[in-house]
Design a protein around this ligand. Structure first.
Ligand code: 13P
Length: 251
């Protein structure tokens, strides 16, 4: 089964609203041709509306980088799925390793967040991945299994195909040290093997970790890598346009 390539830029804590608009205006003419790959921009909360308004009617889908699982309530500093939908956000990154590492994000909280995102028509982009120490200790598969199975435990079978999973080995994030094609493929295939066979063929699995225009084509050529979640190289419109072109070519 062929899965639609998925190219997502995760801006992390970068860009003001004005800078976000500038980026969109620079990007749009460069990606106007083929509407093959899905193009997703994961913007900080304060720039979401800027990206949404400046890209309405184009192929860009806008994602947030986190959300709280409750509908509303006394959770100072948090944002709910309903609030994101209210401004036309359509996807949300969940469980990024930086949130696991610095903000105590747990697999258990993620299990609730994934379900709530789906209930609110937000496409969850669930991030998983091992640290350097875990890989050295031969724990990669055990870590991925726990992360994937716990976070997806409550997803109804008919909704599983709507989940996007990003394999992001922590040691490759922001380090310039990309996983080899073989290693990335192996991990993504392992993640797919954990999914219910009824939906496994539908789920897009992305690679993330120092992906850039120079290495995207060969990573995207791997049978179980359906796209990329890109940090640093998504901050410049020209680089991100080249990554979208690689996604278009990979279909
Ligand atoms: P880099 O592409 O900067 O390594 O970041 C990857 C990432 O964390 C995307 O979510």
């Amino acid at each position: 089964m062929s899965r639609r390539p998925y190219i997502a830029g995760n801006w992390k804590m970068n860009k003001t609203g004005f800078e976000a608009e500038d980026f969109v205006f620079a990007l749009l003419p460069q990606i106007a041709g083929d509407d093959i790959a899905e193009v997703v921009i994961c913007a900080p909360f304060t720039a979401l509306s800027n990206v949404i308004d400046s890209s309405r009617g184009t192929r860009i889908k806008v994602a947030a980088q986190n959300m709280h699982e409750a509908e509303s309530g006394a959770f100072t500093g948090e944002v709910s799925a309903g609030m994101l939908r209210d401004i036309d956000v359509r996807a949300v990154v969940l469980g990024h390793s930086e949130r696991r590492q610095y903000f105590n994000e747990t697999d258990e909280a993620l299990a609730a967040k994934v379900v709530v995102a789906l209930e609110n028509d937000l496409e969850p982009i669930l991030c998983v991945g091992e640290t350097d120490a875990q890989r050295e200790a031969n724990e990669t598969e055990a870590v991925l299994k726990t992360q994937v199975e716990t976070a997806l435990a409550n997803v109804p079978a008919e909704k599983l195909g709507d989940v996007v999973i990003a394999y992001e080995p922590v040691w490759a994030i922001g380090t310039g040290k990309t996983a080899t094609n073989e290693l990335a493929q192996e991990a993504c295939a392992f993640i797919r093997s954990l999914l219910d066979p009824g939906a496994a063929d539908k789920v897009r699995i992305l690679y993330g970790g120092s992906m850039k225009p120079e290495n995207a084509a060969e990573l995207l050529a791997q049978p179980d890598i359906d796209g990329g979640l890109i940090g640093g190289a998504s901050l410049k419109a020209d680089d991100f346009a080249a990554l979208v072109a690689a996604g278009d070519a990979a279909a």
